[in-house]
Design a protein around this ligand. Sequence first.
Ligand SMILES: Cc1cc2nc3c(=O)[nH]c(=O)nc-3n(C[C@H](O)[C@H](O)[C@H](O)COP(=O)(O)O)c2cc1C
Length: 217
Amino acid sequence: MDLLNVSKSRYTTKAYDPNRKIPQQQFERLLEILRLTPSSINIQPWHFFIADNNAAKQRIAKALVGKYAYNAPKVLDSSHTILFCTKADISEQHLATLLTQDDLSGRFKDEKAKQGQKDSRSGYVDYYRNEKGDIQRWAENQTFIALGQLLLAAGIEGVDATPIGGFDEQIINQELGLDERGLIPSVLMTLGYRSETDFNAQLPKSRLNREEIFTQL
Ligand SMILES: Cc1cc2nc3c(=O)[nH]c(=O)nc-3n(C[C@H](O)[C@H](O)[C@H](O)COP(=O)(O)O)c2cc1C
């Protein structure tokens, strides 16, 4: 299916068939697409928690209480749920890990090229941290690119999905020890197959029209 048709046909699944599981090989493909998400200066400021069994999904569902309770069945009935986290800050250690990976991937023809990448990346991080003063927002923006990438990938693979921003951040923080790992929870995504009773599958898509959102210069 081409991307335009996927964009039209994918939708936010509100109810899942609890008996259907995404084949492992296909899920691995989705994870690989997720890993390949592009980010500003290739900063990859994310970490993903994957729940593919009942006990793991129950842990995530702990954060789906009170005003977020409507999202709990989506997680519990999904085939897989992924919590997208963002690094709370960009550490020197993370920058070193990225540089080592760039090197291992064969991106530097010599030490000078490696040093150039190191300096340029640090320069941008310093700019976002000190001059713009919104490094966390910048980092989290990257994580949301990953959300978009996986949503479209799921559509192409014929897997239903739900992006979920409605969850209790404090509870998920505590449950998974995110603070200690220097992470903030950004968004959840459930994956699986729609239930026959999903009312949202029948509703037409609604988007603002072109005149509203595009300005031709
Ligand atoms: C960042 C983000 C957070 C969202 N959070 C929720 C949520 O907590 N619960 C839910 O049912 N849908 C959630 N949605 C789904 C949106 O309501 C949905 O994408 C939007 O209405 C467009 O509909 P469509 O995805 O069916 O095209 C979220 C979507 C995004 C992108």
